[in-house]
Design a protein around this ligand. Structure first.
Ligand code: MLT
Ligand code: ZN
Length: 475
């Protein structure tokens, strides 16, 4: 972004608002320099240029309420912002909005061991929540590669999934209380951490997955659980996608599963070369499954070994490695978890699709046929949470093609992919959210009546359209 553009956008903020924000936050917490605007104005997507008017760093709920009331008064838009690790542009500020960052509100407020819950500010880092729970012998089970920088408010606003959904479910399953500031500046305390509360509509669930369009999440109470006993990881070399599904069925029946992930050979090549890690096998296979399971007893381990042998006899698995130590378990996980970061340098066009586990084989084969037809000349990297019916299909941009040309081509193929998803009753965004990048495709997953109701709900919570305009659907 140029200095000229920055000056033009800042000029759009009414003087009285600029003055009020300066006296509320000081110079330190109201940033307008070009570097901060570029840094805070974007998430991990690279298809839209950041262009906010300023960055606000409140330290209290009452400061946030004052900011919202100023935004209403002067009709200035706000983009709630967490760790900005999103992949659908939900936290992009590209039209002169003010970024409302929760970065200075990251405290863990309480861990309640008897109630097995943790309360924290909206900007708490996911990894710090994991550590705080572990200090009390408990676990917050939503985990993913970006947990070192993602914030809980963003996780909740996108109903984040991750690598152990097959066992523990998505973020929604773990949120027992929320404090939110809505578009009217009102502070709502939703469900207060209660396990049981049947008193009408549960508004907490509207904020989970709301992508910042209803307001901002300022505090959360989360359920905690026991950590798994002796988790072990196997990586399996698999000849086909159909075989993957047979292996999944066997693992579901015979193991205490914690994760069932997959990745393609190209994904493995990219991650081992890019991160300098050792491939798991001498030979290469079209696909790999990463299976994590609880191995609480010697029988559990024997059962896993027998399962793999059986799969080999059937021809569903060609080779296998089982972690023998905690450090090996972590190294094997890197083969899957480091893929996203490794391929980021190719500005991937991301499809994050799902259907029911039962229909996943059909989704795999139909989308695979489309990919072979439309992307024969491009590198296509498959990975994902196949045990949840969730596939990540990443198309890599060749150096020779501009970002715009590449995006336009992939968007046109998306229509075909999403038609298949729709026919199979699936979702065009299993976990990354709609944001800016998928809003033109929302109708493939939601019918017009639902979208109309969503707009009505947005208008109730945010009558002036202050929060995250143009995300999920057009404002
Ligand atoms: C993952 O499963 O690795 C994440 O959803 C990120 C990605 O899809 O790239
Ligand atoms: Zn994922």
């Amino acid at each position: 972004m140029t200095a000229g553009k920055q000056a033009a956008d800042i000029a759009k903020l009414p003087d009285a608002m600029t003055h009020a924000l300066r006296s509320l936050l000081g110079e330190e917490r109201f940033l307008t320099d070009a570097e901060s605007l570029a840094h805070y104005g974007r998430d991990w997507t690279r298809f839209v240029a950041p262009a906010p008017s300023g960055v606000l760093l409140p330290i209290s709920i009452s400061e946030i309420q004052t900011i919202v009331s100023l935004a209403r008064q002067y009709q200035v838009k706000l983009v709630p912002s967490g760790g900005r690790t999103g992949l659908s542009g939900g936290a992009m500020a590209a039209k002169g909005e003010l970024v409302l960052s929760l970065e200075r509100m990251r405290k863990i407020l309480q861990v309640d061991k008897a109630g097995r819950s943790l309360t924290c500010e909206g900007g708490a880092i996911t990894g710090e929540i994991h550590r705080a729970a572990a200090e009390h012998g408990l676990m917050y089970p939503v985990d993913f590669a970006s947990s070192g920088s993602s914030q809980i408010g963003g996780n909740i606003a996108t109903n984040a999934g991750g690598i152990q959904v097959i066992r523990y479910g998505m973020t929604r399953n773990w949120v027992t209380g929320l404090k939110v500031v809505t578009g009217t500046g009102e502070l709502l305390e939703l469900n207060q951490g209660l396990v049981k509360n049947n008193t009408g509509l549960d508004l907490r669930h509207l904020f989970i997955g709301s992508e910042g369009i209803l307001g901002v999440i300022v505090e959360a109470t989360l359920g905690l659980t026991d950590p798994p006993k002796n988790p072990r990881v196997m990586v399996l070399g698999v000849p086909s996608m159909a075989s993957l599904m047979h292996v999944l069925t066997g693992c579901q029946a015979q193991l205490s599963l914690l994760a069932f992930e997959f990745f393609s050979d190209l994904a493995l090549q990219k991650v081992t070369t890019g991160q300098g890690i050792q491939p798991p096998f001498k030979d290469r296979y079209p696909f790999y499954a990463l299976v994590e399971f609880e191995s609480a007893s010697a029988e559990a381990e024997t059962q896993a070994e027998q399962l793999v042998e059986g799969c080999m006899t059937q021809g569903w698995v060609r080779d296998a490695v089982l972690s023998q130590s905690e450090s090996q378990r972590r190294s094997l996980w890197r083969l899957r978890e480091d893929i996203s970061e490794t391929i980021a340098q190719w500005t991937p066009y991301k499809n994050d699709i799902s259907t029911t586990v039962q229909k996943t084989p059909a989704l795999l084969s139909e989308v695979d046929a489309l990919v072979a037809r439309h992307y024969a000349d491009l590198e296509v990297v498959w990975y994902g949470h196949i045990g949840d019916g969730n596939l990540h299909l990443n198309i890599l941009k060749p150096d020779t093609v501009s970002v715009e040309e590449f995006q336009a081509r992939c968007k046109s193929v998306s229509h075909h992919v999403f038609r298949v998803v729709q026919e199979l009753g699936g979702s065009i965004s299993a976990e990354h959210g709609v944001g800016l990048l998928k809003k033109d495709f929302l109708h493939f997953s939601r019918d017009p009546a639902e979208i109309t109701l969503m707009r009505g709900i947005k208008a109730q919570f945010d009558p002036d359209g202050i929060f995250n305009p143009g995300k999920v659907f057009n404002a």
